[in-house]
Design a protein around this ligand. Structure first.
Ligand code: FAD
Length: 475
């Protein structure tokens, strides 16, 4: 760290004391680096370490930070838990990290039929609090034990939830409080149950990739919890697994709440950890919902009927919840387990297909690294959110590769992902639209569409103070 960077860092931390108490501002190098880390395998570079980290507790404090940053032309990077997988939570230059962890108010209003929360609330905590009162949280990323609501709302992250069952998570966001890049505080949406027709400002920020404002309060409709039934099927081949899913939709079966899959080699590893017998093929795990247990089981039975037409090795309703936990757990731990076991870095892509081409796409996803020189010899494991036609080819990147080689590998993964998502006319998946996906956005939607987003960003944030780098993308 150069002398001038350290001096700037101390100056900015002192200036921020006009807005926040001293104990909620940090210029400690350790904390600054910790607030720049994120799931990419290569190191944070010196030029990306923030000058200071601020922990606001109110919208007014966030407003003060944005006004200061605009006056002094210092970039601000908003940070939840830093787990976004497309690179958005990595600061792209020096600046201030605005860490939202202390914006964590939670208020359940059954009289209105909504809850409100700060962006710093942890998804898994809310899930438990709502479940205790008989409600379901329509946000469900695999990272929910640490991911924050602000990150999920900004990226409109479905995670494991299947779109055709509940829609996207932000369909449940009734309104927001937002601090604009110039420091002005606005409210969007409604306290009622009907969302606005026509221009709905909430949409600009909920699913806005963190480009247009800092979300400081989130209002979400309460969703009564449902009864669940659990299903499992093992297919001889990926082709028959994909055909089963196509059949389920074409035969107009009820949509699953959750429907995950693991290709045989990935399933072998997950099952071994959980003490399950070796799989004979590729597995699907799914959940149906209903107002009564009978309704949930009936819907599950309909899905099983479609799957059985593909002659699976087995297909049945799982009634022992301990067995279900093991099966589901095998899917959830695969990435972390492989990293622990091999000491390498796990990075997956997101191939999202259309219904018509699913059989071809699943085979391409299974051979994702073939013909890509830097990835070709690396181990690949395939799993994903098959109910939403989403597949994660996960690749282990050797930890002893240097930063440049790891960067090259990651760029190759996102490039291949873009090619396939363009081929299948889909949307690039759950990890936002820009940062490492800027290339995809341009390939898929074109220069005019990209210029449209840039125009909006420029109108709202002419100094490009808020989260610079996400829209520009980076290597
Ligand atoms: C093990 C693991 C499993 C995962 N599973 C899934 C999955 O199943 N599905 C999925 O989609 N993703 C998944 N992810 C990715 C990630 O966890 C999610 O995208 C999550 O929503 C990010 O939340 P976060 O708090 O970490 O946000 P961050 O990474 O901190 O931020 C994400 C983006 O949102 C912006 N942002 C954050 N808060 C605000 C705010 N208050 N106002 C404006 N902008 C804001 C940030 O600037 C950044 O651009 C996973 C990640 C890991 C590591």
């Amino acid at each position: 760290m150069t002398d001038s960077t350290s001096k700037r860092s101390e100056q900015i931390a002192r200036d921020l004391e006009e807005t926040l108490p001293k104990e909620r501002i940090s210029a400690s190098l350790f904390e600054r680096v910790a607030n720049a880390l994120h799931p990419f395998p290569y190191d944070v570079e010196e030029g990306q370490v923030p000058y200071a980290v601020a922990y606001p507790e109110t919208a007014e404090e966030v407003s003060g930070i944005m006004k200061y940053a605009n006056r002094e032309k210092v970039p601000v990077f908003v940070r939840g838990s830093g787990t976004q997988l497309g690179g958005s939570s990595r600061p792209h230059t020096h600046g201030i990290v605005l860490n939202v962890h202390r914006l964590n108010r939670f208020d359940i209003r059954e009289d209105y039929g909504f809850f409100e929360c700060g962006p710093g609330c942890v998804v898994g905590d809310l899930e438990h609090k709502l479940a205790a009162k008989g409600y379901f949280l329509p946000f469900h990323p695999g990272s929910r034990l640490i991911a924050n609501m602000g990150g999920c709302v900004s990226n409109n992250t479905s995670g494991h939830l299947v779109d055709t069952c509940l829609g996207k998570p932000c369909d449940y966001v009734l309104g927001l409080q937002v601090v604009l890049p110039n420091g002005e505080i606005i409210e969007t949406g409604t306290k009622g149950m009907r969302r606005p027709a026509g221009t709905d400002l909430t949409r600009y920020f909920a699913s806005g990739d963190g480009l247009l404002g800092v979300i400081t309060n989130i209002r979400v409709r309460l969703v009564p919890d449902f009864k669940r039934a659990y299903g499992y099927a093992m297919f001889k081949s990926l082709r028959s697994l994909a055909s089963g899913v196509q059949r389920m939709y074409r035969e107009k079966r009820p949509s699953p709440l959750l429907m995950e899959f693991m290709e045989k080699e990935a399933a072998k590893i997950g099952y071994e950890i959980k003490g399950l017998p070796e799989p004979t093929g590729s597995a699907i795990f799914f959940v149906s919902v209903g107002n009564t247990q009978e309704e949930a089981s009936h819907k599950l039975g309909e899905m099983l009927t479609s799957f059985r037409a593909e002659q699976p090795d087995e297909a049945y309703e799982v009634t022992d919840l301990d067995v279900w936990e093991k099966l589901w757990g095998a899917r959830e731990v695969i990435g972390s387990f492989l990293m622990q076991k091999t000491g390498h870095q796990w990075k997956s892509a997101e191939v999202v297909c259309n219904l018509k081409d699913l059989v071809e796409a699943i085979e391409e996803a299974a051979n994702f690294n073939k013909g890509v020189p830097i990835l070709e010899d690396l181990p690949l494991y395939l799993y994903g959110h098959i109910g939403a036609l989403g597949m994660h080819p996960g690749i282990l990147i050797p930890s002893d590769w240097d930063n440049e080689k790891q960067k090259e590998a990651l760029a190759a993964i996102f490039h291949r992902e873009a090619e396939l998502n363009v081929k299948y006319g889909s949307c690039g998946g759950e990890w936002g639209q820009f940062s490492k996906r800027k290339e995809f956005f341009l390939m898929r939607y074109g220069e005019a569409a990209y210029a449209f987003v840039k125009t909006i960003k420029n109108a709202v944030d002419p100094n490009n103070i808020l989260n610079p780098g996400i829209l520009e993308g980076y290597r």
